[in-house]
Design a protein around this ligand. Structure first.
Ligand code: SIN
Ligand code: FE
Length: 318
């Protein structure tokens, strides 16, 4: 079963090259909700970088304070501004960390451009993160608990329908794998959960955008995706009975999937790098497979709004 969820690929380097057959197979697998797996694609780190990554306190150890919702579990980097999020790092170490995440993002982008050339003109590199905290054994609020199966949808970052494509690399130097669970196909999940969602109050999206609580305005699509994300995470009974396959990503493994479509949960592991990309639905080979189009078919409604589509570039980069 795990074999059909993942598509193992060989990459000699982060720059490819990949033959046409591999490129087509990779795109079809991603769009069908599978995970591209590079079993031996390590991200090279210098000894100085290893030392910075091991800085004590980079991750909140043990139980994260519930008040933060586990918010300090990652260090994030915005390639549009070059800014690194809050961390205990200062001075040269802080700059080195930002450079490391920028380099990882550039390598991740080179890989995807070589592997998915038809996406290349439309692919937008968004935030990168370093995830130092051990996932297992922490306390999270249910909505922030990525150990529960979910599709990605972020309250402050509406996409308006654009896809969320994420690439991960396990850089643990103690042999610790990263464990995921992967659930049922998106259409089955959405069919079961959509009837349980309640719509937003009129004017709510506009108000959130005016108050700058969201980067851009939430479209009907964004509301539905957030509803699916929250309803799934809050349904403890479903979480324990849902059909799911466990995957183990050892160190030096790199993997990539559309996390707005693949039902996923990260159960354990520490020290991963992650790079997020956005892709307009129109750039897909089979746009009808996008969650936007699946949800439109299931609801019988148009779920894109002009404001969300028009602001897409700003939404992605800000
Ligand atoms: C997630 O996107 O839910 C977390 C994935 C991970 O950190 O492995
Ligand atoms: Fe997620």
């Amino acid at each position: 079963m795990a074999g059909s969820i993942t598509l193992p690929l060989r990459a000699g380097s982060w720059h490819g090259p990949f033959d046409a057959g591999t490129q087509t197979a990779a795109r079809a697998a991603l769009e069908a909700g599978r995970i591209l797996l590079f079993p031996t694609l390590p991200f090279a780190l210098s000894p100085a970088e290893h030392t910075i990554l091991a800085t004590p306190g980079l991750a909140t150890p043990g139980r994260a304070p519930l008040s933060t919702g586990g918010a300090r579990k990652n260090l994030s980097y915005d390639p549009a501004t070059g800014a690194l999020g809050p961390s205990p790092l200062a001075g040269a170490d802080r700059e080195a960390m930002a450079r490391l995440l920028a380099r990882f993002g550039a390598e991740a982008e080179a890989l995807l451009r070589a592997l998915l050339p038809t996406y290349a003109p439309a692919l937008v590199r968004a935030r990168a993160s370093f995830r130092p905290a051990e996932i297992a054994g922490r306390a999270y609020r249910p909505r922030q608990d990525d150990r529960r199966l979910h599709v990605d949808a972020f309250p402050s970052r509406p996409t308006g329908g654009a896809r969320i494509l994420r690439l991960f690399c396990n850089i643990a130097d103690d042999g610790a794998p990263r464990h995921w669970r992967v659930g049922e196909p998106f259409a089955d999940f959405a069919t079961a959960f959509l009837p349980r969602l309640r719509g937003p109050l009129p004017g709510h999206s506009w108000l959130l955008a005016r108050l700058r609580l969201t980067h851009g305005t939430r479209s009907p699509y964004d509301w539905l995706m957030l509803g699916l994300h929250d309803t799934a995470k809050l349904d403890t009974a479903w979480q324990s009975t849902a059909r799911a396959t466990e995957l183990s990503f050892p160190p030096a493994t790199t993997w990539c999937c559309f996390t707005d479509m693949v039902l996923h949960a990260a159960l354990s592991g520490h020290a991963a790098l992650e790079q997020t990309f956005h892709l307009p639905v129109a750039a897909m080979a089979e746009p009808e497979r996008a969650p936007l189009r699946v949800l439109e078919r299931l609801t019988g409604r148009t779920l894109e709004t002009r404001s969300a589509a028009g602001r897409r570039k700003k939404v992605v980069l800000s």
